[in-house]
Design a protein around this ligand. Sequence first.
Ligand code: ADP
Length: 408
Amino acid sequence: MKVVVVNSGSSSIKYEVFEAARCTSVAAGLLERIGTADSRLRHRWIDPSGSPAEIVETYPVADHRQAFERILAATDRERGLPDVAELLAFGHRVVHGGERFRAPTMVDASVLQALRALDSLAPLHNPANVMGIEILRDLYPGVPQVAVFDTAFHHTMPPHAFHYALPQEMYRDHHVRRYGFHGTSHQYVVREAAEFLGITLTRFNAISLHLGNGASAAAIEGGKSIDTSMGFTPLEGLVMGTRCGDLDPALPFYLLRSTGQAAEEIERQLNQDSGLRGICGAGDMREVERRAAQGDAPAQLALEMFCYRIKKYIGAYLAVLGRADAILFTAGIGEHSALVRGRVCAGLTAFGIRLDERKNAGVGRVISEIQHADGAVKILVVPTDEEREIARQTLQAVCTARTPRSQP
Ligand code: ADP
C-alpha cells in the first residue's frame, strides 16, 4: 500500500509517494508555475529494474485542478503512482492549524469547514493547501485525506511562551498568539537525533535549528516543543533569506508615517525584501557566502547578523531549558553551511558547546556528530525530511482511525 504526500502551494504542487510498510520513497514530483503558459512538471521514480527515471513536461496549466489532472495523466503505476486500490491515504501539508488542530487529522466535511475558517491566519498558504485536499477528495472519493499541520508540534508551548503581552481580548477575539511553524521538520529531526544518540525521547532536551530560506529555532524539553522563534506568522524570530525576523513592533507604524507607503507594501517589504536580501542584496546563503569571501562588506554583515541572531536564541533557550543534550542543525543552510555552523557555535565553550572544525567540514548526507571531544553538548547535523514525517503521521492517523476504540 502507498501513501502520497502532497504540498499544494499557491503556484506549485509538490508530491512524494511512499511505500507504507517501510516508509520508503518510490516516486516524487513537482509541478511549478501554475496559472502560466509554461508550467513545468518534473516527475521522478524508481523503475522496475531499480534505476532512477525522470520525465519533464511543459504546458499551460490554468489552475490547481488542471495541475492535479496533469500529474495524474503523466504518471501511472509504472511510474510509481499507485492505482486507487493501492492507495492507503493522501497526507497533506497544511501550514496553519490554528488552536484547534494539534495532531494529524482525517479530513471530513466539518474539518474542511474548520480549515477554511483558518484562511485569514495564513492567507498566503492555507487556501492553496485546502484546495489540494478538496480536489483530491473529489478525484478520489473513497481515499482518506489527512491534514498534517506545521503548527501542531508547537502546541505543547506553555501559556507564558505562546502569549504576547497584549490585551487579552486580542487573543480571545482575534486568536492573536504565538503558533510557531516548521513543526514537522523540528519533530522529525528531534526524533532522529534522540534515536541516533540512544536517548529516550521523553528525556531528550535540545535546541533545534531549522535554517532554510525560512528559519526558526525551537527549544525542546523531553522531546516536546516548549518555545520557538516564529510566532503569529513565520515573520518573527531569526534573520531569514528575505524575512526580517524580530523587530521593534513600533517600526511598521513609523514607516507608515514617514514613507507614506501603504501597509501592504511595508508588509511585503518585511517578508520579501528584508533578511539577508535586505542587508546585502542576496537572499541565498551560497551567494552571501561567496560575496563575503570576496570581501563584500554588506554580505559579511548579513552573515554576521544571521549567525548572531541564532546565537542569541541559543542563549535564551539554554536558559529556558536549563540543560541541553544537543544542538541540532537542519535544512539547506543548517545541513550544508559549515561556515554558519562554525560561526553560530563560536564562543559558546563556557556552555559546553564546542565544535570540532574537522568534523564540521566533513559532514555528508547522513546524520553526523560534529562536537569536539571536550564538548559536553552534542552538536548534530540532521538532514530533515518533512515529506517522510508527513507520510509517517498520515499512516498513524489512518491506523488510529481504523483501530476500534475499546469499550469502557
Ligand atoms: P526552503 O526553506 O525553501 O526549503 P532550503 O531548506 O532548501 O529552503 O534552504 C535553502 C537555503 O540553503 C538557501 O539559502 C541556500 O543558499 C542554502 N544552502 C544550500 N546549500 C548550501 C551550501 N552548500 N552552503 C550554504 N548554503 C546553502
